[in-house]
Design a protein around this ligand. Structure first.
Ligand code: FAD
Length: 418
């Protein structure tokens, strides 16, 4: 279904969810659409997201959903007013992919896979007439405003009536989004906040013994206590995972923006773990003070406090040897085990990135103020959110809003007097 040959051709650069949804919307508006992708295929990060079950969106009420975008809630809220979690689920259904709400409120495709959704989507885009150009790495503009691409056959220059950039952030660069666009846009006068890791692990610096024995071990249930940048106390229950150098896992990811800010300000972030959320401190003290007879300390901890494995290892890591025979100190450490986070893990390992094109560099329809006719969407913009489906939802919503902004801009420029 190609329809009449469109008179205007637009470019979408980047074949992630933000670029693909933009291409879909632009094509639906009757424009000729060329989609350029640096890698040999589109949607690689989307496919990897599918390995974790493809958490497409979340069933939070809208106000709660929007608040996940922190400082950028107002702007992202505007995108979501156009395309929210419900709209994303409807869109997936149109592609034959039903979704369900998991016990945590997260929304997944029934089969928890990304590949069928992506395959069906790309097929439909091709049928609609979107032209895919893979192995085209965008490197900037020439002095006449043409888009420049590196390809296996040399440089290609493309003049488009308008363009959407959707080049992604900088995490997992092997999947194509390597943040290589940052210096290009900065050189063209665009305000870009450096990409930083978010939804990431943090380094602590375990003893070699602890790291060897417990790297990879889950810590659950777990409650993390911390003070935010304004000194307010917070507590969050979730799942942590010991890594060779520190901690990761959903509970740490969801705090990572705050932890990163604390490390920036103080050189470190202090948290305390409650390793036995279901038990009171007094109860633990009493239980641990019971005579343990010939039982080893590990066996005693396991039997009376349910503490074993990596959790027990953490007590050995945090307490001096003599404190381990003091039931009160052990109980206190179980309820508030202090840890010092030194730094976030590198961007390449993070689930997503913070930073990117500052939203102030865009006008209300997501056009770069410094470059009329060029729009931007997705993770390359400066917003962040925890995992839970909020990342993909904002990428979809921003791609759609940018495409609609482009269509409106083209219409206006076409009708403007010469
Ligand atoms: C392991 C992992 C699991 C995740 N799981 C989830 C999840 O379950 N739920 C969720 O909401 N989010 C998840 N995310 C995050 C989510 O996948 C991203 O936020 C989302 O894919 C970003 O979409 P995007 O279109 O902005 O960019 P991307 O998906 O990164 O796509 C950008 C595209 O642009 C291309 N590109 C980059 N530079 C150039 C260039 N110079 N020229 C041409 N093309 C270029 C890239 O190759 C890429 O294909 C996960 C991320 C990771 C790493």
């Amino acid at each position: 279904m190609h329809g009449p040959t469109p008179t205007r051709r637009v470019a979408v650069v980047g074949g992630g969810p933000a670029g693909l949804i933009a291409a879909e919307r632009l094509r639906a508006a009757g424009l000729g659409v060329d989609l350029y992708e640096a890698k040999g295929s589109v949607g690689r990060k989307f496919l990897i997201a599918g390995k974790g079950g493809l958490n497409l969106t979340h069933s939070d009420p809208l106000a709660t959903f929007v608040a996940r975008y922190r400082e950028r809630a107002a702007e992202v809220g505007r995108w979501l007013a156009r395309f929210d979690a419900g709209a994303l689920r409807d869109w997936a259904r149109e592609l034959g992919v039903e979704t369900y709400v998991g016990s945590s409120g997260r929304v997944f495709p029934l089969d928890r896979k990304a590949a069928p959704l992506l395959r069906g989507w790309v097929r439909r885009l091709r049928e609609q007439g979107v032209a895919f150009h893979v192995q085209h790495r965008w490197t900037g503009w020439d002095h006449e405003g043409a888009l420049r691409f590196e390809t296996p056959h040399g440089e290609v220059r493309v003049r488009a009536d308008a363009a959407v950039l959707a080049l992604g952030g900088g995490s997992w660069p092997q999947l194509g989004s390597d943040g290589g666009w940052q210096p290009v846009l900065a050189a063209h006068g665009m305000d870009v906040a450096p990409l930083r890791p978010t939804n990431c692990g943090f380094d602590i610096g375990w003893s070699a013994h602890f790291a060897r024995r417990h790297a990879g071990a889950p810590l659950k249930p777990l409650v993390v206590h911390w003070h935010d940048i304004d000194g307010r106390e917070h507590a969050l229950q979730g799942e942590g995972v010991v890594t060779g150098t520190g901690l990761e896992g959903s509970v740490i990811y969801s705090m990572s923006a705050t932890l990163r800010a604390l490390v920036d300000r103080d050189g470190e972030a202090r948290i305390a773990l409650d390793l036995a959320p279901g038990r009171g401190q007094a109860q633990l003290r009493e239980a641990l003070a019971r005579p343990r007879g010939r039982r080893s300390l590990s066996e005693h901890l396991r039997r009376v406090a349910g503490i074993e494995g990596a959790k027990a290892g953490l007590l050995h890591e945090a307490l001096p040897r003599e404190a381990l025979s003091d039931p009160a100190r052990v109980a206190d450490a179980i309820k508030r085990l202090p840890l010092v986070l030194r730094r976030p893990r590198p961007l390449a390992e993070a689930i997503s990135s913070a930073g990117g094109i500052r939203l102030e560099a865009l006008d209300g329809r997501m056009m770069l103020r410094a470059r009329p006719g060029t729009f931007a969407a997705g993770e390359m913009l400066d917003w962040e959110a925890p995992t839970g489906g909020y990342l993909l939802t904002a990428c979809f919503a921003s791609g759609l809003v940018a495409a609609e902004g482009l269509v409106e801009w083209l219409r206006e420029t076409a009708s403007a007097p010469a």
